[in-house]
Design a protein around this ligand. Structure first.
Ligand code: PLP
Length: 722
């Protein structure tokens, strides 16, 4: 069998003294190492911003004399040497948490599948929280030294760039990405021939190329159908995330699930833990079963074996997130495949139907549930919602007995924490705080941070965000020919000292971005009170096929443009991980208004908490676990309200009441302008202390290892019995 390797285009022509910058640029470790990013930024910070923090593009374009100057600069080469030493130590470490905690389990191999990975803004292969979570999962798995390999797609057009028309209508702009300018490498054999995998689609074969992204110690493999031997239509199959066309969608999922397993096999992997991040990759179970059946095992036994090693994480109770395919489509795509499993059409539909009697719907989450022994939701409340939602598959069980547990999501600390605040943590939590960041005891020391120091850093973070937003608005005005009111809508009048509330996420209707606008007069009074200004920053994309989501953006944008708001409501175009970093680090309050219980977890509020922004949210998803009465504020009651009209009314009233009576007065409580607001900072500290360790990806990954990955390796038979 040929061996494949990731071919790093070596064409930078760097000065000898700093020539490992090339290698560094191809490992996404730089996305969470301040020093590594400094190595690029310091050579030419204007260019670094211009290329959108893409080190490959940066090195391709940086003038040679700048590189030579850096190579001569003693301070620079000191940083270079120290950073590369740190990088080498990281990549080669043999004393990782996993090695120390599970020395006997070197045979573990986890395969992690996801349709999206949000690792950094230079790789626009994510639509929202699901992808960013997958990216954080990989980074943390690398930090902990887990034996994990990941599989997904590289989209030739990424997600999309968002443009808002003068009347608030979202337009999707698509650009073909140039992979040779991105930190991705093609997988090739010793002769330089690209690795491809073949899957069968109706009347033809489709080939996919395989790319690799290095994420610290781990490889992420990405499939790409843009191969010459495919038809033009097939070459476009992996152009975009989440097509709403059923043929494209099932084809994509065949490429990911079936092609992904085949790619791993060609690369020589024998995973014994398979983790499906959402149901889109569930066809991987069929391919595993097919391998065993082809080797002579009866299907029932094969299914049991596959189940024992498979894990399924469900991420949403919203129907659009749970793919279902009609019979005619399944017939078209799988009639050649089911004989390999020893099945006929009916037997095949039974694998993923709602009930034996229902032969019309093939449900991806049901396939995933039936082919995995371990399943989880992503917060305590979501676990409960998922048990209720899927109880019908196990009618003999009570709701509480349904075997769907939960592992609450968390965020990758070094990706999201602001540099300045990270330095403050180093000062007060100790030099080694990063090694123990999931230890709640460590964070008690947050109360030792003097108010004026914390306030100074928080103010710096907000000013930095406001400066960034204004600069973006200015460029928008200069280059895009917008109407001046659109520049105001884009934030030119933001006040770096006003109480600032952020709302940024996908514009899906259940997230109710318009809840805060439901009583506009009351909102305007709040915004414009003398000496107590409040400003709101909105951002987020709607899926291009989601007309209701686009209408929601338009509603927000029309409110933003009203003169009475005085520029204190803004909508920022093109929400991505870069903008997300500025916002979660810069605002004072992070607002979330999902229609409970639709927000399975949410993670942006966790990023905000880590940075000293305080959460103000419905008791849904992670916040229901995070809120302790003193570390933020809640909207609405801790119960499910069935009638949506009643729910909206109650939640809106609660939202305004808490803002008017608690949040604004606390922030502006009587004090000299030069004094830090100590009562406010007490909430900030309580929020950081309680939430930063608990809602870290470190805690999350350790939960997955202990509760799900280890059992799949240590006691697979036991998983099948219970
Ligand atoms: C964290 C993040 C999200 C998730 O936001 P939620 O409010 O948790 O849904 C979405 N998009 C981007 C760019 C993010 O960084």
């Amino acid at each position: 069998m040929p061996e494949f390797y990731a071919r790093q285009p070596n064409h930078f022509n760097l000065p000898e003294r700093i020539n490992r910058l090339g290698e560094l640029s191809y490992n996404l470790w730089w996305t969470w190492s301040n020093n590594a990013r400094d190595l690029f930024d310091r050579i030419d910070n204007v260019l670094w911003e211009q290329v959108g923090h893409n080190p490959v593009l940066f090195l391709r374009n940086v003038p040679r004399k700048r590189l030579e100057a850096a190579a001569q600069d003693l301070n620079y080469v000191d940083l270079y040497d120290a950073t590369l030493a740190e990088f080498d130590a990281y990549v080669r470490a043999t004393d990782t948490w996993f090695e120390q905690s599970y020395p006997q389990h070197n045979g573990m191999q986890i395969a992690y599948f996801s349709t999206e990975f949000g690792l950094h803004e230079t790789l626009p292969m994510y639509a929202g929280g699901l992808g960013v979570l997958a990216g954080d999962h990989l980074k943390e798995a690398s930090d902990l030294g887990l034996p994990l390999v990941a599989m997904g797609f590289i989209y030739t057009q990424g997600y999309f760039f968002q443009h808002i028309s003068e009347d608030g209508w979202q337009e999707a702009r698509r650009v073909a990405l140039r992979f040779e300018d991105m930190p991705v490498m093609p997988m090739v054999d010793a002769d330089g021939v690209p690795l491809t995998v073949e899957v069968h689609l109706p009347g033809r074969s489709l080939w996919a190329r395989v790319w690799q992204v290095r994420v610290g110690r781990l490889p992420l493999y990405l499939l790409d159908s843009n191969v010459e031997s495919n038809s033009d239509a097939d070459r476009d199959l992996t152009a975009r995330l989440y097509s709403s066309d059923l043929d494209s969608r099932i084809s994509q999922e065949i490429v990911l699930g079936i092609g992904g397993v085949r790619a791993l096999r060609k690369l020589g992997y024998q995973p014994n833990v398979w983790h499906m991040n959402e149901g889109h990759s569930a066809f991987l179970s069929l391919e595993q079963a097919r391998e065993l059946v082809q080797a002579g095992m009866p299907l029932a036994e094969a299914q049991q074996q596959v189940r024992a090693h498979n894990i399924f994480t469900t991420h949403t109770p919203v129907p659009a997130g749970n793919d279902e395919f009609p019979l005619w489509l399944v017939d078209k795509y799988f009639s050649h495949y089911w004989p390999d499993l020893g099945l006929d059409q009916q037997g095949f539909m039974d694998l993923a139907g709602r009930a034996a009697a229902d032969q019309t719907i093939f449900s991806m989450p049901i396939l995933a549930l039936r082919f995995s022994a371990q399943h989880n939701g992503v917060s305590e409340l979501h676990g409960r919602v998922a048990r209720r939602m899927w109880n019908f598959l196990w009618p003999e069980l009570q709701e509480e007995q349904v075997k769907i547990r939960h592992v609450t999501n968390g965020v990758h600390t070094d990706t999201w924490v602001s540099r300045r605040l990270g330095m403050l943590y180093t000062k007060y939590l100790g030099k080694h705080w990063r090694e123990h960041l999931d230890d709640p005891g460590l964070w008690h020391a947050v109360s030792d941070i003097p108010d004026d120091e914390l306030w100074r850093v928080r103010r710096h973070m907000k000013r930095r965000m406001v400066a960034f937003i204004r600069e973006r608005a200015r460029k928008h005005w200069i280059h895009d020919g917008i109407h001046p009111v659109q520049a105001i809508a884009a934030g030119v009048m933001l006040d770096p000292y006003a109480l600032t509330i952020g709302f940024a996420r996908r514009f899906a209707t259940y997230k109710r971005a318009d809840l805060v606008l439901s009583d506009l007069d009351r909102l305007l009074r709040l915004l414009n009170r003398p000496n107590r200004p409040v400003q709101f920053i909105f951002a987020g994309k709607a899926h291009p096929a989601d007309e209701a989501g686009k209408l929601l953006i338009q509603e927000v944008y029309r409110a933003v443009k009203k003169a009475e708001t005085g520029g204190r409501l803004v909508f920022l175009e093109d929400y991505d991980m870069n903008l997300a970093r500025y916002l979660v680090q810069g605002v004072d309050v992070w607002l979330n208004t999902p229609r409970r219980p639709m927000e399975a977890s949410g993670t942006s509020g966790q990023k905000a908490a880590l940075n000293g922004a305080v959460n103000f949210s419905v008791l849904d998803g992670w916040w229901r676990e995070g809120y302790n009465g003193e570390n933020g504020w809640v909207i609405g009651p801790d119960e499910d309200i069935i009638d949506p009209v009643e729910q909206d009314a109650k939640d809106a009233a609660s939202l305004y009441d808490v803002l008017e009576n608690e949040i604004v007065p606390l922030y502006y409580q009587d004090r000299l302008a030069s004094e830090p607001p100590s009562a406010w900072l007490a909430v900030v500290k309580e929020s950081i202390r309680t939430l930063a360790p608990q809602f870290s990806a470190r805690r999350m990954l350790k939960d997955y290892v202990r509760d799900m990955y280890m059992p799949a390796v240590e006691n697979p038979a036991g998983l099948l019995e219970s």
